[in-house]
Design a binder for this molecule. Structure first.
Ligand SMILES: Cc1cc2nc3c(=O)[nH]c(=O)nc-3n(C[C@H](O)[C@H](O)[C@H](O)COP(=O)(O)OP(=O)(O)OC[C@H]3O[C@@H](n4cnc5c(N)ncnc54)[C@H](O)[C@@H]3O)c2cc1C
Length: 382
């Protein structure tokens, strides 16, 4: 067993850390306040090769793994979760093309994402269908050579800035099995009938765009279908097995950043004539944070390493997602607590990290859904 990252992976971490530390702090508060997507910085990150590193060389990427994408996520989220989310989620949804697209689709649709010429997303959730993915109702009907699509999608990352989205649609409502009714269809956002409404006032990751989408008779060529008709639900379950590990890395990066802020504060702040760091209660908090972070990092890196070797273990990924998500929320909470009243004031980064932390327990499967997946593996389906 070898837990050592390769020299190349260590170099990626170093470069990602330098980029984030150099570029994010000046923009972080402003992007949080204005809820603005940092477009110029996203382009720069693309130019430097941080975006879409898991995209294969044949399709314009460097052909690294999901683990490398995780390592960049961790470093970026350590410095600012909002900016990190906005930059690295620009390829969210491309995994569907890479995993299930035809050769021609991959060649046509993937390179622009790495080159900083296009942004994408994945649209599954609807106003009345979140955790229960198979209850989505967006309908795609084949008319001649086109799909005509009607429905509403909710909480879609990059919804109002994306060039195209991979959308879960119902294509065969009469299919005998509930899970065979769906297909994945790419929708370009400049199509007639496509409307995105940016959702403002999010609790956290406010630099990341989130929108509700309405699709009114949106017409796309049938060649926009990705994968197999009727297998959209299953394709998205496989997709999540790949993308969920990224959320774990986001969570670990956020927790690491929050802990480092706490360490700096408890060393500097004196009460009762001593630094806060000298109190054993403080030391215990820091020790617990560090232990949780290390456990979470080991768990997600193992899961990502297996994904890159084609040995996807959904229950292990769910364990990592639940555990790292809870770690992020707990660590951010304790780190803010160690800042006392100063933590409650927006001038300190920890206030933003505390707000940003909650999302990792919600998107791409809530912690409850992750536990259901783990329990199902152990107990069978009830
Ligand atoms: C900022 C943000 C970005 C997002 N980005 C995207 C995106 O890009 N694409 C996309 O498709 N979606 C996206 N989402 C949606 C996200 O994936 C969903 O919010 C999430 O899956 C939960 O669905 P829901 O909000 O409908 O909650 P619900 O499914 O209504 O769940 C509400 C609560 O009930 C619990 N619950 C539900 N079912 C069960 C059960 N069987 N047993 C126990 N507890 C249960 C849940 O765990 C949760 O605590 C995003 C959401 C946010 C907030």
């Amino acid at each position: 067993m070898d837990f050592e990252l390769t020299d190349e992976q260590k170099d990626i971490i170093k470069a990602a850390r330098e980029f984030a530390e150099g570029e994010f702090p000046d923009l972080a508060q402003e992007c949080d306040r204005t809820e603005a997507f940092p477009r110029a910085l996203w382009k720069k990150a693309c130019e430097l090769g941080f975006v879409g590193v898991f995209i294969e060389e044949a399709y314009g990427g460097p052909g690294l793994g999901f683990l490398e994408h995780c390592l960049i996520n961790e470093e970026f989220w350590r410095v600012d979760p909002g900016i990190a989310a906005s930059i690295l989620s620009a390829t969210f949804g491309s995994e569907m093309i890479q995993l299930f697209g035809s050769e021609d689709q991959k060649k046509r649709w993937l390179p622009s994402l790495v080159q900083g010429k296009a942004i994408t997303g994945a649209a599954i959730t609807e106003p009345d269908a979140g955790s229960d993915v198979s209850s989505i109702s967006t309908r795609a009907t084949l008319e001649g050579d086109d799909y005509v699509i009607n429905g509403n999608k909710m909480f879609i990352t990059n919804g109002s800035i994306a060039n195209f989205l991979q959308v879960l649609c119902m294509t065969d409502p009469e299919a005998s099995s509930r899970h065979s009714r769906f297909s994945v269809i790419r929708i370009e956002t400049d199509r007639k009938g496509f409307e995105a409404n940016k959702l403002k006032n999010k609790l956290g990751i406010r630099a990341s765009d989130t929108a509700e989408i309405s699709l009114n008779d949106v017409r796309v060529p049938k060649e926009n279908l990705i994968g197999t008709p009727g297998r959209g639900f299953q394709q998205f379950m496989v997709f999540f097995d790949h993308t969920r590990v990224h959320i774990c890395a986001q969570a670990v990066g956020l927790a690491q950043g929050a802990m480092e802020q706490a360490i700096q504060h408890v060393r500097e702040r004196h009460q009762f004539g001593k630094p806060l760091a000298s109190f054993q209660a403080t030391q215990f908090k820091i020790a617990e944070m560090a232990t949780r972070i290390e456990a979470g990092r080991t768990l997600y890196q193992k899961a990502a390493w297996l994904v890159d070797r084609g040995k996807v273990e959904p229950d292990l990924i769910s364990m990592a997602k639940w555990f790292t998500g809870e770690t992020a929320v707990r660590v951010a909470d304790e780190a803010l607590q160690l800042h006392g009243g100063y933590g409650f004031i927006g001038d300190y980064d920890i206030e933003r990290f505390y707000r940003d932390s909650k999302i990792v327990e919600i998107y791409e499967g809530t912690k409850e859904i992750e536990k259901i997946i783990i329990a199902r593996k152990l107990l069978g389906k009830y």
